[in-house]
Design a protein around this ligand. Structure first.
Ligand code: ATP
Length: 233
């Protein structure tokens, strides 16, 4: 369902710096891929390229037969809104909208409000965010609460592809367990999942684990993950 072929990406600092090159990866329906790697290696940038938030310099990214970077901006944002769930490392909740509104917003112009509100409430319940939080603004939430609201928002469109950037970074063990359980259930329901993480337990949930380091993406054996994470910390 997702095929990356020879992706290259540079960023401009003082001069152009190649973050990664020759990145190829296939993700099938019902698969979970974990990506680890040192801070600054380009993991978030790679996820942004996959979701069409940032452009790549070379290569192709195909999602369900669509070449993401050949779509117009509007088409790309529609693909993101309708088919991709993105859990951002920094949550990206809209500050002047309530918890419930943040979860509903991606589909606000596509579906009836009552239907969306019911789904949003059910997703919030699954991530342990109760009724008392529905009308709070993000500024009145803890980091872990924001992360769980961001996860609920990412799932409102029942996405084929779920992209998570450090989805458990701010969570205690109970909440981390809940989020892993949700992702597992989605995987069983044939969603495809990519998770960037610095957490060994989360990384090990992947069917395959890759390390992004020194500009390239390489598969890592399950038994080597702890060493890789320790090397990178
Ligand atoms: N628009 C940009 N312009 C210049 N440099 C950038 C830009 N975006 C990212 N970078 C740099 O590219 C590098 C990779 O950033 P990225 O956030 O993708 O890394 P990461 O592997 O996700 O790191 P972390 O694990 O700390 O989140 C960093 O050094 C960052 O400063």
């Amino acid at each position: 369902m997702l095929t990356l072929t020879n992706i290259k990406k540079s960023v401009s600092q003082h001069t152009d710096v190649v973050l990664f090159r020759n990145i190829s990866l296939q993700l099938r329906v019902g698969e979970w891929v974990s990506i680890v790697g040192p801070s600054g290696a380009g993991k978030t940038t790679l996820l942004n390229c996959i979701a069409g938030i940032q452009g790549g310099d070379q290569g192709s990214i195909e999602l369900d037969g669509m070449e993401i970077h050949q779509l117009t901006n509007d088409e790309r944002s529609n693909v993101r809104r309708l088919h991709i769930g993105f859990v951002f490392q920094d949550f990206k909740l809209l500050p002047y909208y309530s918890v419930l509104e943040n979860v509903i917003l991606p589909l606000a112009r596509d579906k009836k409000k009552e239907q969306l509100t019911a789904k949003a409430k059910s997703l919030l319940e699954q991530v342990g965010i109760g009724e008392g939080y529905y009308h709070r603004l993000p500024s009145a939430l803890s980091g872990g609460e924001k992360q769980r609201v961001a996860i609920a928002r990412a799932l409102i469109n029942d996405p084929k592809l779920i992209i998570c950037d450090e989805p458990t970074g701010n969570l205690d063990n109970d909440n981390k367990g809940q989020v892993l359980h949700i992702l597992h259930t989605l995987k069983q329901k044939e969603h495809a999942i990519i998770v960037v993480t610095h957490d060994e337990e989360v990384a090990r949930e992947g069917d395959r684990i890759y390390e992004l380091k020194n500009h390239s993406l390489n598969e890592v054996g399950v038994k080597d993950v702890r060493d890789k994470l320790e090397e990178n910390s």
